[in-house]
Design a protein around this ligand. Structure first.
Ligand code: ADP
Length: 491
């Protein structure tokens, strides 16, 4: 008998194209679509932040889900759950959107004030959101086979289901995916009361005397996954990479499933954001034309033989931006152009702005978040710098490879699982890999790349190796499906 299709509710605090600050949004778009393409009934759920347009995203009301009271501590706020969808030309996935003025609509940022960087009252916001997810299922009378919770913001859903709604969700299984082990959702013990959860379970949702959403997610899940096999091993042993939760992670079985990439939005053959489409047979011309467009846009001089090295990232320690800042003076002495797009730490941003002002025509720094420009950079650059301190999976090294942009990465987390160091003797490999988080090592890898760039025959082999990688979601989506079926088979 063929396996029956599953009903899956995929929950995430950010989903492309509604709301995005990083890779979580890309995954929460592409994985549900890939699962739908495997034949499952998949629906996603997310909050509607103030900067999400209802008109542009075709978000509309659902009769049964208007003004539903939800308790957060002593107060009761009303949630109105609305409906929308996300799609590619082949597939459509239904989306439920939690709306509430106080917690979400009145806030322009996802987690923090964009102007001051000050975090919002995220304990209350995500208690409210998690309860709204459970309430939506109850009101719809829809108890999916699987609720797939992503990142700390969804960490309490399992606790609500397994303590307050045991009967209704008796046949539902929970998957919790760790997208970043350091970002745990930690709040003072006083926030425990706001959850409304029974006191007996406080030890299971508390770590180091604080409410910890990630710990709760892990404790109440039937399966725990993270986004690459190497990162799964790292978080079970490394205190820093695990944000101090290594003992908890070691005590559970955590499966590492590599993220895929959305081959519809991130594809140089079809990408609507790039002016010149190309594939592995036309990459030389394609890259040259996109490079010209990128230089025009950033007012960089057109110098045919000069490679463009790029980075698109949240400005912070995790992505290795301090290390990049450290090597920039050395790098700027080479015959290169450097393009950096990012927002985040204001002091790193200020340093990069100063450096760019000192080196016009050589270093372009664009402060901010710009999806369209990110695509043009991937298409027009020659090399991509990713010196991450840690990296759960990383998407940009994969986007780079399929756009024929050679990644230079540090051997950590998902970068180990996706980039292989190029060996000119065997002509195998897809990039340049360095081990230690140290300026010498990073510069060494960049210099190896620059030397190879001067040998066009070798470079062409390397680019072909990159562009022939298959990072589509189909393999990983099947791995998730296997986990869903395995936990459903458990009694
Ligand atoms: P993380 O989720 O840890 O930030 P990933 O590499 O998994 O890192 O994914 C980052 C995603 O966010 C990529 O799609 C990347 O292009 C995008 N991104 C990051 N910063 C910016 C920015 N400033 N402008 C546009 N896109 C960005």
């Amino acid at each position: 008998m063929p396996d029956r299709p599953l009903s899956i509710l995929f929950v995430s605090s950010e989903v492309y194209p509604f709301a995005k600050t990083g890779g979580l949004a890309d995954v929460s778009h592409a994985l549900p679509i890939a699962l739908r393409e495997l034949g499952h009934d998949v629906r996603v759920m997310l909050p509607k932040y103030g900067n999400v347009s209802e008109r542009r995203n075709r978000i509309h009301e659902i009769n049964r889900l208007k003004e539903v009271p939800i308790a957060v501590g002593e107060t009761v706020e009303l949630a109105t759950i609305k409906s929308s969808s996300m799609q590619n030309p082949r597939t459509k996935v239904q989306a439920y959107v939690t709306t509430n003025f106080t917690y979400f609509d009145s806030k322009k940022g996802l987690y923090a004030d964009p102007l001051t960087g000050e975090p919002y009252n995220n304990d209350e916001r995500f208690i409210f959101f998690d309860r709204s997810v459970v309430t939506t299922c109850l009101l719809l009378g829809w108890y999916p086979d699987i609720i797939h919770c992503n990142a700390w913001q969804t960490g309490l859903i399992g606790a609500y289901i397994r303590t307050m709604h045991t009967k209704e969700f008796a046949n539902t299984r929970l998957v919790f995916t760790i997208h970043n082990a350091v970002d745990q959702g930690i709040f003072p013990a006083i926030s425990l009361e706001k959850t409304g959860l029974p006191k007996e379970i406080y030890p299971r949702i508390t770590h180091a005397k604080h409410l910890n959403f990630t710990k709760a997610g892990v404790e109440f899940a039937d399966a725990i996954t993270t986004v690459s096999p190497t990162y799964a091993k790292e978080i079970a042993k490394d205190k820093v990479i695990s944000g101090g939760l290594h003992s908890l992670f070691r005590a559970h079985h955590i499966v590492g499933i590599l993220n895929g990439i959305d081959t519809y939005h991130w594809n140089p053959k079809t990408d609507p954001f790039i002016p010149h489409h190309f594939d592995s047979t036309s990459w030389k011309e394609g890259k040259a034309l996109n490079k010209k467009a990128l230089r025009d846009r950033l007012k960089l001089p057109h110098e045919e033989k000069v490679p463009i090295l790029a980075t698109i990232a949240r400005l912070g320690e995790a992505k290795g931006i301090p290390l990049l800042v450290e090597v920039l003076p050395t790098l700027l002495r080479e015959n290169v152009q450097i393009v950096l797009l990012g927002e985040g730490d204001p002091s790193l941003s200020a340093t990069l702005e100063k450096l760019a002002a000192k080196h016009p025509g050589k270093l372009a720094f664009i402060a901010g978040f710009d999806d369209e420009l990110a695509h043009l950079i991937e298409a027009g650059a020659d090399m991509y710098l990713m010196p991450s301190l840690y990296e759960p999976c990383g998407l940009n090294q994969m986007y780079s490879m399929v756009y024929g942009t050679v990644p230079i990465v540090r051997a950590t987390g998902g970068l180990v699982d996706t980039v292989e160091d190029f060996d000119p003797d065997t002509r195998t490999g897809t990039g340049f890999v360095f081990r230690d988080y140290a300026a010498d090592d990073f510069v060494g890898a960049i210099k190896r790349a620059l030397a190879l760039y001067k040998k066009p025959t070798y470079w062409a082999v390397l680019v072909q190796n990159c562009m022939s990688q298959d990072f589509s979601w189909s393999t990983s989506a099947r791995q998730y499906e296997a986990i869903y079926r395995e936990i459903l088979a458990r009694r």
